[in-house]
Design a protein around this ligand. Structure first.
Ligand code: TXA
Ligand code: MG
Length: 327
């Protein structure tokens, strides 16, 4: 069943909260991507999330809560740095990994003694979380390994009957997932780049933030191949895009091209072309939709290049690398 929620549709929110209480699955719009939500405290409901996605049960989910003031209910300890980040960035696209509180079943954390938590910045998600009262465990609402959904239609076409209720909150504003930060200690590190930039974190913390390669926490679920469309994705330098597209076309491939902004007016020999916006905000917002569009148009190869890896460009480059990763 489907609800359309352009404003906030109170009846749809109540219905969705009821589905969660009954152990069902609700697709939830957030500012990043759509999530596939279940009552985090109901292991059977959480198991259905893994089943619907075809995701291995060792890959932990993110808990969504209605406000930073509830963080202490779900984690064993809130270090000062985590408190600062929560106050500064929530609601928003930042996920904090902390020590697991006793209310959180191991089913939701993939057996880990840590738990990932965030407060999404979307009025429909916040209305649902307030009405429901508990935490909603939600991975992105796509099949395991494939492109994350940024519209309600993406969810419906990919998960169909596996989801009991779809809350439609319109297209996602940010378009890439949250930044995941290991905040278990006093020296946070980035486990997955996302909607909050490294620069924004460093501004607030007043010191450099490392990527997670040195982190003590284990990060299951970060496979080399992820966010992948059906088409093969090949990354090349921007000045090679046109030549590679021509060559692949001559080989009979149905080529889709992510056309870099610097080449906006260049003649392209390709089956389908997506002009990449110059603004990384617009690029992030559009990224998953572009990958889906080129699949829909029947491309079997997508040629793209990486943006500069600063600001949101870091998250975009991370997703493109994984989309191009070995399958
Ligand atoms: O923006 C987002 O974060 C979206 C929306 C729906 O909130 N959610 C999302 O969930 O991207 P998902 O399941 O696709 O990615 C969650 C990732 C896991 O794959 C894992 O890498 C990491 O979060 N994660 C979750 N719990 C963790 C933990 N306890 N320790 C380390 N990493 C964790
Ligand atoms: Mg995901």
């Amino acid at each position: 069943m489907t609800a359309t929620t352009s404003d906030i549709d109170k009846a749809a929110i109540d219905k969705a909260a009821g589905v969660l209480r009954a152990g069902g699955l609700v697709a939830v719009p957030t500012e990043t991507v759509y999530g596939l939500g279940a009552n985090a405290e109901d292991p059977a409901a959480v198991a259905r999330v893994f089943q619907a996605k075809g995701r291995p049960p060792t890959h932990p989910l993110i808990l969504h809560i209605s406000g930073a003031e509830h963080l202490g209910d779900w984690v064993a300890e809130v270090p000062a740095t985590a408190r600062l980040l929560a106050e500064r960035f929530w609601p928003g696209p930042l996920t904090l990994v902390l020590r697991r509180g006793h209310r959180v079943p191991l089913a939701a954390t993939g057996g880990l003694e840590t738990v990932a938590v965030r407060v999404p910045d979307h009025p429909v998600a916040l209305a649902l979380l307030s009405a429901f009262g508990g935490a909603v465990a939600a991975p992105s609402a796509n099949r395991f390994g494939s492109v994350s959904p940024t519209t309600a239609d993406h969810v419906r076409s990919e998960l169909g009957d596996a989801v009991d209720f779809v809350l439609d909150g319109g297209p996602c504003e940010v378009g890439v997932e949250s930044t995941i930060v290991d905040a278990t200690g006093e020296t946070p590190s980035i486990l997955r780049p996302g909607g909050v930039t490294r620069e924004e974190l460093e501004d607030v913390l007043g010191r450099p933030v490392a990527d997670g390669s040195g982190s003590r926490v284990r990060v299951p679920g970060q496979h080399p191949s992820h966010y992948a469309p059906r088409a093969e994705v090949v990354l090349v330098e921007p000045d090679r895009v046109l030549a590679e597209a021509r060559r692949a076309r001559e080989e009979g491939r149905r080529v889709g091209v992510f056309l870099p902004p610097a080449l906006a007016d260049a003649p392209v020999e390709a089956h389908a072309v997506v002009p990449v916006p110059a603004s990384t905000t617009a690029y992030a917002r559009g990224l998953y939709g572009y990958l889906r569009e080129l699949d829909l148009r029947g491309c079997d190869l997508i040629i793209a290049s990486l943006p500069a890896e600063r600001g949101l460009g870091l998250a975009i480059a991370n997703r493109l690398r994984r989309a191009a990763g070995p399958r």
